[in-house]
Write a protein that binds this ligand. Sequence first.
Ligand SMILES: [Zn+2]
Length: 226
Amino acid sequence: MTDYRESDRILNVLTRERGLVAVTARGCRKPKSKLAAFASPFVYGEMEVNERLGKLQLSGAAVLESFYPIRESYEQLVSASCAVSAVAHLAPRETPNDDLFVLLYNTLSLIAYGENDPMDVELCFWAKLFKIEGVAPTLTYCLKCGRDLRAEKEVRFSNSLGGSVCEACGSAFKAVSTLSLEALRRMMLIDVNEMRRVRLPEKVRAELTSLIYSYAEYALDFTVKR
Ligand SMILES: [Zn+2]
């Protein structure tokens, strides 16, 4: 969102019907504004808009969910912010994308109310985002020689090739355990409603965080700022 004039704000809103839209919220920064609660980050709700000359102006809004507990811990806030920024970067303007909408809603909901480590929820968000964006990496065989890698303990991962490479073909690439790749593969496959079951061992979480952020930068042109 961008503040402008004394009390107005332009909101970037992900909608189910039209994808990402820019909406002007007049006067929403005044203390008594009815739009103030809606015009803040991490809010799910319904809005009424007027459209004039292709510009949307917010005339009314109802907050249905504010995911309040996200603001209670730094880890939750950072993971939620990462997910929101990635979607804001990738969501098509004026084009609906239901998968993206549902993924973001479930991610915020789980970070706010779930029992999981927020980082596990965030990593699962990324895994599913790669799939939605059509850049799901290869994880089970070598992209150069085709060899099945599932029986190996450690392999290599190449951003530019798009996934796993065997030791012999890719010793210059970053080493990663097949345990982490298997966790990533499962997270890409599960339904959004199953995300609450994700519990990563600490070593896998650390390894996947670095692999996923680096791959997101390459494949989605998005740099994670934490
Ligand atoms: Zn190979």
